[in-house]
Design a protein around this ligand. Structure first.
Ligand SMILES: Cc1cc2nc3c(=O)[nH]c(=O)nc-3n(C[C@H](O)[C@H](O)[C@H](O)COP(=O)(O)OP(=O)(O)OC[C@H]3O[C@@H](n4cnc5c(N)ncnc54)[C@H](O)[C@@H]3O)c2cc1C
Length: 459
């Protein structure tokens, strides 16, 4: 087959768009295909936050950070990883990734200094001012358009094409009118995200969260893992995922974790707490899963007032997702919970937060608690945001076999590749791990794919 393009990018989320821009700017001809009728994927649903250590934005804000500190933070949070070299490379290139987004792509991003994020010991998240991932995607799309890179939506890659030597030579694609078409490419970059939207794969690799509501974009159906297994790719960190312990029910929007972080608690149907909520919104997801659904978040007026600064929280409250009561008994009545159990739970927790006794579940960070005055309750379910495991790749995104050798011409990044959140579970996710892998590895893979083409042409 004659190559139609130098680099074929499959998937038009942050990873695919970053990869396409980097490959184009390095001199390749590039095409992007996207199976849904609009680009963006999970990247559009995210807050668009990308962590980086040592950026000029941190220096301007007087924040002392280093790549070693960032690595320590990720390892402390995630524990052992299948890909230590990849983690180091993405951290070491993180400042350049964020500055590339701002300077080359034209992304409107700023350092978030108002608060630290889960897993990070200093402010290092860089995000759109709106905190909407859609803004980051829009800026990436504008850069793609400026460069004249073709992006075909409604084009679903159905299989990878390989030659007799098992080198990848493009993809078999279904067009919007249902026709099959072969796109030949010198290099293919898989930017299709993970498998959180594929129940079978979630049950196989992340069984503790199997059955949780999937709360991401429709496109994350696991092709990277499915195709990778067919062609002998190794998988890494495959049990890791990002969950959310408090999706409001039945409204379906997220109950801001600020309500819990600032001292709120989560109780089960019996009105009892069941763990240390300070594990974080992702880390606490399996605890909520294990209770059977639904559970109930409880906080007080001061916490409500702090969280009221967040638009989505106020929307939820205005739609009746958060209910207010003057007493524990009235609070329990909203959801037909045992009033005496709720009162006892609050009494016990408040004693611990005042230091009168150790917390039954080891919580040490009580923020604004004890919970006093008017109380609020929200019914919550656990959710699954995205999976963090995927194809084993080298530090440029080349997909690897179990023997460590690359599969010729195939690259992966973002949710399609092994992530940065440890080997398994929800507790290893530090804020921004998803997008650092998407933008950072997408950019590295786009550049490396183009350099390979140049070397092959010169040889
Ligand atoms: C609610 C929510 C909040 C989040 N917040 C954050 C955050 O603040 N920071 C952070 O770092 N991470 C966050 N994450 C995770 C983050 O969104 C993802 O890790 C990241 O967006 C992955 O980027 P990606 O480009 O790999 O995948 P995506 O952005 O999902 O893009 C993949 C694209 O590939 C397409 N595709 C899939 N299969 C095919 C195929 N066969 N053919 C053609 N196209 C295909 C999909 O339709 C999709 O458009 C959040 C996730 C959710 C759901």
């Amino acid at each position: 087959m004659e190559a139609d393009v130098d680099v074929l990018v499959i998937g038009a989320g942050a990873c695919g768009l970053a990869a396409a821009i980097a490959a184009h700017d390095a001199g390749a001809t590039v095409a992007i295909i996207e199976k849904l009728d609009r680009p963006g994927g999970n990247s559009s649903l995210s807050t668009g936050s990308v962590p980086a250590a040592g950026t000029r934005f941190q220096r301007e804000a007087g924040i002392d950070d280093s790549t070693d500190r960032f690595i320590e933070d990720l390892i402390r949070k995630g524990g052992p990883t299948d890909c230590p070299d990849l983690l180091r490379r993405l951290v070491e290139t993180s400042a350049e990734t964020v500055e590339w987004l701002v300077d080359t792509v034209g992304a409107r991003m700023a350092l978030v200094t108002a608060y630290k994020h889960v897993g990070h010991s200093v402010p290092r998240l860089h995000a759109p001012v709106s905190r909407r991932g859609q803004d980051l995607v829009d800026d990436l799309l504008a850069a793609v358009e400026q460069r004249g890179i073709p992006l075909a939506v409604g084009n679903d890659a159905r299989a990878l094409l390989s030659d007799a030597t098992s080198a990848v030579i493009g993809a078999d694609v279904e067009t919007p009118d249902g026709e099959r078409h072969r796109i030949a490419a010198r290099k293919t970059i898989l930017a299709v995200n993970g498998f959180a939207g594929n129940r079978d794969l979630v049950a196989r690799f992340c069984s503790e969260v199997s059955g949780a509501q999937y709360f991401g974009a429709r496109g994350s159906t696991g092709e990277a893992v499915l195709w990778g297994e067919q062609i002998g790719a190794a998988l890494g960190n495959i049990g890791a995922y990002q969950g959310y312990a408090a999706v409001s029910d039945p409204h379906g929007s997220l109950l801001s974790w600020t309500t819990i972080e600032k001292g709120g608690i989560i109780v089960n149907r019996a009105g009892h707490r069941f763990g240390d909520e300070s594990a974080g919104y992702s880390g606490y997801t399996p605890n909520v899963m294990a209770q059977g659904v639904p559970c109930f978040a409880i906080f007080d007026q001061r916490i409500f007032d702090v969280t009221a600064a967040e638009e989505e929280f106020i929307e939820l409250a205005n739609y009746g997702g958060v209910k207010q009561a003057a007493t524990p008994e009235a609070l329990a009545a909203f959801h037909k919970l045992d009033a005496a159990a709720i009162a006892a739970t609050l009494d016990d927790y408040n004693k611990a937060s005042r230091g009168e006794k150790p917390d039954a579940f080891g919580r040490c960070d009580f923020a604004l608690a004890p919970l006093t005055g008017d109380l609020y309750i929200c019914r919550v379910l656990p959710g699954l945001f995205h999976t963090q495991g995927g194809l084993m790749v080298d530090t440029d995104g080349r997909v690897l076999r179990a023997n460590g050798k690359p599969i010729a011409n195939l690259f992966a990044g973002g949710g399609a590749a092994a992530g940065l959140s440890g080997k398994t579970g929800a507790g290893g996710y530090a804020s921004g791990n998803g997008l650092l892998s998407a933008v950072g590895l997408g950019r590295l893979a786009g550049r490396a794919a183009t350099h390979e083409i140049r070397h092959e042409a010169a040889a």
